[in-house]
Design a protein around this ligand. Structure first.
Ligand code: ATP
Ligand code: MG
Length: 701
């Protein structure tokens, strides 16, 4: 590729950031201003002009998803070699494994969850939970604070702790001793040991620095002192470092990160150049106006971003009676926004705490909306994956061979599974099995999980070509720390934190209530500022549609608890009002449920006109059918004939028996799509619990 082409579609400031020859370089800019875009193009541009060698590039990110994204973007530039991209943890782990292999030492066991060990240390003499203690230890490790310095560091940082810091320091000390006795290491040890090794062993340092000569870091505002120490170890006395970030999106202060590394970049790296970008390309002016209001309230930057996108709908605030109602309301809104040109994957539901996702997941299952949850543990806890990894853990063969075998076997099983499932379609246009999605059955899910293992294993091989099979389990635990594998087309459910750096057309912020937003334990002024930045991050994930919701009661355990709207919603409402656009300007589907002015309101309970209902069901069915067709690579009418679609829309069957009476709908289509069709109908009839499983209800109402 001609390197000049990499400058196409960039504004002058972005071009400058891509082509600047000064090292080190920091690129500072607000959300959606193209920082990540500029970073990848800069890497590609330098490689294509011969200024850097792709084999010696190291791109560091904070989540595996971000690393995968970088990797994907870099692949599109036609570079001969692929630069290494990974998280600090993954890169440190790969480095240590190389060193252990070189020295012939057995790698220590990697502790992926501290909980059990900490629970033993805490015993039952305190109300402090293992998770809270883990946070404190991780904070201290990130700040390079040993147990002896903990109390001092807590005082200096003005950090509020659940109990006397002396006690925490004691537990922290015991934890470190326990780990050493058992010969295990945790994630923080990975980073510390990787840095130690370079600092202590000049010949190893030389080899590592020879391998990685050009360093790039995305989301640099979230770097912590431990990570910065490792980064500096990698850099040595060289200057080839480029970082990008936005101090207004610093959201890991609670975990020890320090945006000062970005803000004071020139002080930390004398002679560095700083380039600022001012234009925003992701979000509509309406979304940006809300974002600016959040920052203004939180004393963010004086200069707001310049919007490049055209106008979009006004952000919406909706209140519900209960968390269940809210989840169902979000499911309805998701369906309304889904349609041709807007796949499920263009939408996300973002929550402040992971636990809030459960009620939303349940609503999505009832409404037959495909979704995926960011979070690795689901994947690693899958029994098939666990068995596979156990087997891998016992082998010490070249990973490249084992992985190639697994890949071939997975491909064969995929062809068998899809071949048998699609044989009867008699459609000549059907794409080969490789391009199709796996069915949502036990066998399909198992195969999908194995495909993820192959993909992630290949990521390890890029970094460590000589890796052996037993390296894979530890590698997966390391890289999956932040987020899990995703389905092809599904709505994302993620925490505000996990959404960093990502974007969706439609963003639903759920549970925007006092206690969550800001989180109740954010008591210090710094913690409160960080909650405001976190809300800014959440808001700026939306390109077009921003929908905030909250519930008047929420059930914790078995008790409903009264809730109040988040104080931050005032900024959203205020902005919506200031934008001078009355409700009438909002698109019709939103207008029906927009209650931005009312303190609390429910979606209206109206008995719809049957003709309107038929048209609405038909529209949903068509959108679903088009999506199915697109995914399978067949015409929509192959999925479901027009005749069958019209019948289902008109008669609105509520049971399998009623479905069987619909003309044009054969047994095969019923078997394959029946549940989905009933769910779509039920959604329109307001049957939130989904279609009855066995009772037969006459077609229509
Ligand atoms: P964040 O702060 O959220 O990480 P960012 O600054 O990294 O955001 P990107 O993700 O790189 O921003 O870009 C945001 C969106 O804007 C992307 O969809 C990107 O493709 C698009 N974009 C960036 N620059 C331009 C441009 N010059 N012209 C058109 N689109 C652009
Ligand atoms: Mg980015």
């Amino acid at each position: 590729m001609d390197p000049e082409r990499l400058l196409d579609g960039l504004d002058p400031a972005q071009r400058r950031a891509v082509t600047a020859t000064t090292h080190p370089l920091a690129i500072l800019a607000g959300a959606g201003s193209g920082k990540t875009r500029v970073l990848t193009r800069r890497i590609a541009h330098r490689c294509l002009t011969g200024d850097a060698d792709a084999r010696h590039v190291l791109a560091v990110t904070f989540t595996r998803k971000a690393a995968a994204e970088l990797d994907t973007r870099l692949r599109t530039f036609g570079l001969r070699d692929l630069p290494a991209a990974g998280t600090f943890h993954a890169l440190a782990y790969a480095q240590l494994r190389t060193a252990w292999a070189g020295a012939g030492t057995t790698p220590p066991v990697l502790l992926d969850r501290k909980g059990r060990l900490l629970a033993r240390i805490l015993g039952n003499t305190t109300r402090v939970r293992p998770g809270e203690l883990a946070t404190e230890i991780e904070w201290a490790r990130a700040r390079l604070v040993a147990p002896d310095g903990y109390v001092d560091a807590v005082h200096r940082a003005g950090r509020l702790t659940a109990v006397d810091p002396e006690r925490i320091a004691d537990w922290y000390r015991r934890y470190e001793i326990d780990k050493r006795k058992r010969g295990i290491i945790d994630f923080d040890d990975l980073l510390a040991r990787a840095a130690d090794q370079i600092e202590r062993d000049p010949s190893f340092a030389a080899a590592q620095r020879w391998r990685f000569r050009h360093l790039f870091v995305d989301e640099y505002q979230d770097v912590n002192p431990l990570q910065d120490r490792l980064l500096r170890a990698w850099l040595g006395d060289r200057r080839d470092l480029c970082v990008v970030g936005d101090a207004n999106q610093a959201i890991y202060g609670w975990n020890g990160a320090d945006a000062g590394f970005l803000l004071d970049f020139e002080r930390h790296h004398p002679g560095a150049e700083v380039v600022e970008l001012r234009d925003s390309y992701r979000s509509t002016p309406q979304v940006l106006a809300v974002a600016a209001a959040v920052l203004a309230a939180g004393r963010g930057p004086a200069r707001p971003l310049v919007a490049h996108r055209g106008d979009g709908p006004l952000p919406v605030v909706v209140g519900y009676q209960s968390d269940g109602d809210e989840a169902n309301g979000i499911a309805r809104a998701v369906r309304e926004h889904h349609g041709p040109g807007r796949p499920w994957s263009a939408q996300a539901v973002l929550v402040r705490t992971n636990a809030q996702g459960t009620v939303i997941e349940a609503a999505f299952r009832r409404a037959a909306i495909p979704y995926r949850v960011r979070g690795a543990h689901q994947f690693l806890d899958d029994p098939d994956v666990r068995d596979l990894l156990k087997r891998f853990g016992r082998l010490s063969e070249p990973l490249s061979t084992t992985l190639a075998d697994l890949d071939a076997s997975v491909a064969r099983q995929r062809a068998e599974l899809l071949g048998s499932a699609w044989d009867d379609d008699l459609d000549d246009d059907a794409p080969p099995p490789l391009a199709r999605e796996l069915p949502d059955t036990a066998a399909g899910r198992r195969l999908g999980a194995f495909e993820q293992v192959v993909r992630l294993g290949n990521e390890l091989l890029v970094l460590e070509p000589a890796a052996r099979t037993d390296a894979l389990p530890g590698w997966l635990r390391t890289v999956l720390l932040d987020d899990g594998p995703g389905a092809a087309d599904a709505v994302t459910i993620a925490s505000f934190h996990a959404a960093k750096g990502l974007e969706w057309d439609v963003v639903h912020l759920a549970g925007v209530e006092a206690g969550y937003v800001p989180i109740s334990h954010a008591r210090s002024p710094e913690a409160k500022r960080e909650e405001e930045r976190l809300f800014y991050v959440a808001v700026t994930r939306a390109s077009d549609v921003l929908r905030c919701s909250w519930a008047k009661t929420r059930t914790f355990g078995s008790d409903p608890v009264d809730r109040a709207p988040s104080p931050f919603l005032g900024w959203v409402r205020g902005t919506v009002t200031d934008l001078g656009r009355a409700e009438a300007a909002a698109p019709v589907p939103e207008r029906a449920i927009d209650r931005s002015r009312a303190a609390l309101a429910e979606p209206p309970e109206v008995e719809p006109d049957p003709a309107v209902l038929t048209a609405a069901v038909a529209a949903s069915l068509r959108a679903w059918r088009a999506e199915q067709g697109r995914r399978a690579g067949v015409r929509p009418t192959v999925v479901l004939s027009d005749r069958a679609l019209d019948a289902v829309a008109r008669n609105r069957p509520r049971s399998s028996a009623a479905l069987a009476e619909q003309p044009g709908l054969g047994p095969l289509a019923r078997e394959r799509h029946g549940a989905r069709l009933l769910a779509i109908v039920a959604e329109h009839l307001g049957d939130d619990a989904g279609p009855p499983a066995s009772t037969s209800v006459p077609a229509g109402r």
